[in-house]
Design a protein around this ligand. Structure first.
Ligand code: SF4
Length: 438
């Protein structure tokens, strides 16, 4: 006998699809089948069932081997590490729920740590731009029902957010977009001919690193003023044509990704993209939205902002929150050698940071909380496996359009295994005891 669970949330990317169907065994212990999710979402669910899964914490030994320890011993190591550290760093948070993030922030405050999330290497620049000039945005539901002009700038949802286009932005038939794809015009701005670009009505193949110039040229074209023959590798005529397509829509949206947030210009590119959106609102209705990657990176920014007033790169070492990206952000802290203990959760800096920032992690006391074996768990002193959030435990998450959605637990975790939140609560309580006794 089996049970079918409907309206399940996919805990992989920032699209947070909420129409997944999961079939589990009658006792709720085995996940048998996943329907409706894309291939990467399906893998996320099925990975929880792999037979070689690590189910207990492990300490790295001097000879490179691992020794299994109990959760209580792992809690003790983590709390002692944070109590003794002069400047610990708590990094990640984007692949766990808001409840765990909130407990993590309490720990950061108690241990006077630096705390940061994965926005440090993706949309942190967008957050800086939003603080500078605001964000005229909307929800993905409004895109589905109203948007007839879709711009993907520096992002490739065909690979990174596979169901974004079928659920919200291109194919669905919405209230005022009854002909689905036929109701919309798609413009892709990307130096590469990506699979998303191949579907576009117009592909602006911008020269690498020239996004700012192209955004400025669009602002000129909106006003019908003089443009050079070529800007950022695009003929002036084509820029004018794209400007006319944008202005002539009823409701448009610019989705932007790391191709524009992490290339030359960084936050200034986003300032310019927001200015383009503002200009377009003189002719029609236009919005702009970052394509967030990890399924709850948006939630981490929200929880940081509730608790500290800043969305990432927070330094609590002086007993109050300071925020100075480029100084208080993770890669800068690690490469300057300022950090003397590190706790990583819900992310994999070992796979994504420059080697000069990964090497220090391998040398200092470090804890990696992650259900997977990752390059970060491989270099950390202690690896704490936990239940898969969104599969083996529920909790609140934020979709890329800042809509909070409650994830659902669909299957039991392996016996005795803790969730992120449960492990962090134990660390927080033990750290409190150590601080009071000091
Ligand atoms: S698009 Fe993203 S949220 Fe939706 S099923 Fe695929 S990985 Fe999951």
């Amino acid at each position: 006998m089996t049970k079918t669970i409907t309206d399940v949330i996919c805990p992989f990317c920032g699209t947070l699809c909420d129409d997944i169907e999961v079939i589990v065994s009658d006792d709720g212990k085995k996940l048998l089948e996943v329907n409706n999710a894309c291939v990467i979402g399906t893998e996320k669910f099925l990975h929880s069932q792999s037979s070689d899964r690590i189910t207990r914490p492990r300490m790295h030994q001097e000879d490179g081997s691992w020794k299994e320890i109990s959760y209580d011993e792992a809690v003790e190591y983590t709390a002692q590490m944070l109590a003794k550290a002069r400047k610990p760093l708590l990094f990640g948070w984007s692949s766990t729920n808001c409840e765990a993030q909130s407990v993590g922030n309490e720990i950061a405050e108690m241990s006077r740590a630096c705390c940061d999330n994965t926005a440090a290497t993706c949309h942190g620049t967008s957050l800086i731009a939003i603080q500078d000039v605001g964000l005229p945005s909307c929800t993905l539901g409004e895109i589905k029902n109203r948007a007839d002009r879709i711009i993907f700038w520096g992002c490739n949802p065909a690979h990174a957010h596979p169901r974004h286009m079928s659920r919200y932005s291109i194919f669905p038939r919405g209230f005022f977009t009854g002909k689905g794809q036929m109701s919309r015009k798609l413009i892709v701005v990307d130096p590469r001919v990506t699979d998303t670009a191949k579907m576009a009505d117009m592909h602006l193949q911008v020269e690498q690193g020239k996004d700012y110039e192209l955004l400025d040229a669009l602002r000129v074209a909106f006003k019908g003023e003089w443009l050079p023959d070529v800007v950022a590798g695009i003929p002036g005529e084509k820029i004018r044509e794209a400007a006319d397509v944008m202005k002539s829509g009823r409701f448009g949206i610019i989705f932007f990704g790391m191709g524009v947030t992490q290339t030359l210009g960084k936050n200034h590119n986003i300032d310019a993209a927001i200015a383009v959106t503002k200009d377009l609102n003189e002719y029609t209705k236009f919005s702009i939205m970052p394509m967030r990657g990890h399924y709850n990176v948006t939630g981490s920014g929200e929880v940081f902002a509730w608790q500290f007033g800043f969305p990432y790169a927070v330094d609590l070492t002086r007993g109050f929150a300071r925020y100075n990206p480029g100084d208080t952000s993770t890669i800068d802290l690690l490469t300057r050698g300022e950090i003397d203990a590190m706790l990583t959760i819900g992310s994999d800096p070992g796979a994504h940071f420059p080697i000069s920032a990964v090497k220090p992690i391998a040398k200092m006391p470090s804890v990696c909380i992650d259900p997977h074996l990752t390059p970060t768990s491989g270099v950390s002193k202690l690896h704490v496996p936990v239940a898969f959030n969104g599969v083996e435990t529920g909790g609140n998450c934020y979709r890329m359009d800042n809509v909070p959605i409650d994830c659902r637990k669909v299957v039991e975790p392996p016996e005795g295994m803790l969730t992120d939140e449960e492990f962090l609560i134990k660390v927080r309580d033990r750290l409190k005891q150590l601080k009071e006794a000091a």
